[in-house]
Design a protein. Structure first.
Length: 517
C-alpha cells in the first residue's frame, strides 16, 4: 500500500534508559518513530532524547539511501540545515563577549559595501537585524541565487540585497530569510579573521565535545557515514535520492550548512541547558549573552482566542524560536535542506532535549519531535501529532496531484500566444538574480535560468502569453508559470510564479522582475 513501510528498511537498535522528567511515564519513543516512518514511507531517520544530561532514547531507522543496504545508525551524519543558525548566533555572541562587536552595531561597520533597497535602512541595519527575520524582505527573498543549485558566493549575496524590494516596513514584521544569515557569517569571518567553518569547528564543536559534527559537507571525515537526501514527486510512494547538484554549497554554511549525529546534538542541548558551559566546565558564553540569544525579538505568531483562552505565542530570538507548549517553555528550531528535514527542541524547565532528522523532505522529524515534546511537557499526550502529520501529508499529496495536473493542462478556453514563438526568444535580466534566457529548441521554447542547471526546461504554451516551465526533475515540485509582458507587438519582459502551493518558498520566482535586454 501507498504508506506502508517497505519490508527491506532496516531498523537499528533502540536504546531506552530509565531516567525521565518528573518521573512521568515515558512516551513510546520507538513506537512513534516507527509509526511516522511507516505513515510517511520515509527512507531513514535518526532521533534522540536526553533528560537532565542523560540519554534516555536513541533510535536509528531505515537506510542512508534508498535502494542501498547501509542502515542509518546513531553515528550517521545528517544535515541539520537551519538549526545551524543558532551556531552562527553563538559565534557572534562569543565575539560580543570578547568586545569585538555589539549586537546593535550597524552591519556597515564590518561590511562597508552592505546595502539594502532603502538607503536609510542600509545605514541603520544592525547585526541584530540580520538575525531576527525583521528586515522587511518577503519570505525567502533572493534564495534563488543559491537554491536549488545557484552559484552565488557570499559577495554575490551581499551585492544582491540592495535590489530586493521590501514588502513590509523595516522591523515591522516577521518573514523568514536565509541570505542575511550568510551576511552574518561574513561578519564572523571579517571580525575574527578566520573562516566561519574553522570558527565553528574550533571554538564551538571542539570544546562542547561535538567531535563527529562537520561544519559543512567538505569537513566530513573519510569513513564517516552520512545520509543522502531524498525528494519525491507529488504522490510518489518512496523517496528518490536528490541530484547531488542540489546539495548545499559552502555559501549556505552560516544559514544551514552543518552536519551532525543525534548524539552530538544531545551535547549541544546540554550545553544550552547549562547556560553556555561545556561538560568540562568551560564557559563559552557569558550568562548575559546566553540569555540574549533566548530573548524574543520578533513576533512570529501572537494569536489568542477570547473564547477558549488558548493561543499560539511564538517569538524569534537570535537563531531560536521561543514559545510554550502546555504551559511549558519551549526553545526550538527546524531545518530543511534538499531532501532532508530536522527538528531540535529544548524544554528548559524539564531539562529535556529532543532531536530528529530524516533524509526525506517531509514532516517525519518535525512530527516525531513535537509528538514527544507534547508528552514530556506535562506528562500527557494531549495531541496525536504523529497521526495528524500522516493524515495531513496524505491530504496534501492528493491535493497537489490534482492541482498540478489541472495547472499544467491548459484551460478549455485557452488563447494562443499573441506572438510567433521566435518573438519571445532573447535574454531577460533581473537586477538581483541575473539573466534568464529563452531560446528555441525543436518546435518549442526553452528556458535557461542562468544561475541553475536544474532550472532549465521546456516552455509549454498554457494560455496566451503565459507558458508553463516544466523542469526535468519532478521531485523538486517547482514547475512555474512564465508570463511574458507584450508591448507594441514585442516581448519586453516576463514574470514567474510557482504553479503549486507545495513549492518550497526558496523557489522565489515571484520576486523576479525580468526585463528584456
Amino acid at each position: 500500500m501507498k504508506w506502508q513501510l517497505a519490508c527491506a528498511i532496516a531498523l537499528s537498535a533502540v536504546t531506552i534508559l530509565p531516567a525521565q522528567a518528573d518521573d512521568v511515564t515515558p512516551p513510546d519513543y520507538a513506537g512513534e518513530a516507527k509509526r511516522i516512518m511507516s505513515g510517511l514511507d520515509a527512507t531513514g531517520m535518526t532521533a534522540a532524547v536526553s533528560i537532565d544530561g542523560k540519554l534516555v532514547y536513541s533510535g536509528a531507522y531505515g537506510s542512508i539511501e534508498d535502494g542501498k543496504s547501509a542502515p542509518v545508525t546513531p553515528d550517521t551524519l545528517f544535515p541539520i540545515a537551519s538549526i545551524s543558525k543558532a551556531f552562527t548566533t553563538t559565534a557572534l555572541a562569543m565575539l560580543v563577549d570578547e568586545g569585538k562587536l555589539a549586537w546593535d552595531d550597524p552591519v556597515r561597520k564590518y561590511i562597508p559595501e552592505f546595502a539594502m533597497y532603502d538607503p536609510w535602512v542600509s545605514e541603520h541595519f544592525t547585526v541584530r537585524d540580520a538575525l531576527t527575520h525583521r528586515s522587511g524582505l518577503p519570505l525567502g527573498a533572493g534564495d534563488l541565487t543559491i537554491w536549488p543549485d545557484g552559484n552565488a558566493t557570499p559577495d554575490d549575496v551581499i551585492a544582491t540585497l540592495k535590489y530586493l524590494r521590501p514588502t513590509t516596513g523595516f522591523r515591522d514584521g516577521y518573514a523568514y530569510d536565509n541570505l542575511l544569515y550568510i551576511v552574518a557569517g561574513e561578519i564572523i569571518e571579517r571580525v575574527s579573521g578566520t573562516s566561519w567553518t574553522d570558527f565553528i569547528t574550533s571554538r564551538i564543536f571542539a570544546p562542547v565535545g561535538m567531535n563527529d559534527c562537520a561544519a559543512d559537507k567538505t569537513r566530513i571525515r573519510p569513513g564517516q557515514a552520512f545520509a543522502t537526501g531524498h525528494e519525491r514527486a507529488a504522490a510518489d510512494t518512496h523517496g528518490t535520492p536528490i541530484d547531488q547538484r542540489m546539495a548545499f554549497s559552502k555559501t549556505w554554511d552560516a544559514a544551514g550548512g552543518i552536519w551532525c549525529t543525534s548524539g552530538d546534538m544531545m551535547k549541544w542541548g546540554k550545553f544550552w541547558l547549562d547556560g553556555g558551559v561545556t561538560a568540562s566546565g568551560t564557559r563559552l558564553l557569558s550568562e548575559e549573552q546566553a540569555k540574549a540569544l533566548w530573548t524574543g525579538m520578533t513576533p512570529v505568531a501572537t494569536t489568542i482566542s477570547p473564547a477558549t483562552g488558548k493561543g499560539n505565542l511564538v517569538l524569534y530570538g537570535l537563531g531560536w524560536f521561543l514559545s510554550n507548549t502546555e504551559g511549558t517553555p519551549i526553545v526550538y528550531h527546524s531545518g530543511g535542506a534538499p531532501g532532508v528535514t530536522s527538528n531540535f527542541i529544548i524544554l528548559p524547565a524539564k531539562k529535556t532535549v529532543i532531536f530528529a532528522s530524516s533524509n526525506d523532505y517531509m514532516s517525519t522529524a518535525g512530527a516525531w519531535t513535537r509528538h514527544i515534546a507534547d508528552a514530556l511537557a506535562n506528562g500527557n499526550q494531549d495531541a496525536d501529532v504523529v497521526g495528524l502529520a500522516i493524515a495531513a501529508n496524505a491530504k496534501a499529496n492528493s491535493e497537489a496531484v490534482a492541482a498540478l495536473g489541472k495547472a499544467v493542462a491548459p484551460p478549455k478556453d485557452a488563447k494562443r500566444p499573441t506572438l510567433p514563438l521566435n518573438a519571445y526568444v532573447g535574454t531577460y535580466r533581473d537586477p538581483w538574480y541575473g539573466t534568464v534566457t529563452i531560446s528555441r529548441r525543436g518546435k518549442g521554447l526553452f528556458i535557461d535560468m542562468g544561475r541553475s542547471a536544474l532550472l532549465d526546461g521546456p516552455l509549454t504554451p498554457f494560455d496566451g502569453d503565459t507558458f508553463a516551465a516544466i523542469w526535468p526533475d519532478k521531485t523538486m515540485k517547482a514547475d512555474a508559470f512564465v508570463t511574458f509582458t507584450v508591448k507594441d507587438g514585442k516581448a519586453v519582459g516576463m514574470k514567474m510564479k510557482a504553479i503549486s502551493d507545495i513549492t518550497d518558498f526558496s523557489y522565489d520566482f515571484h520576486d523576479l522582475e525580468l526585463k528584456r535586454e
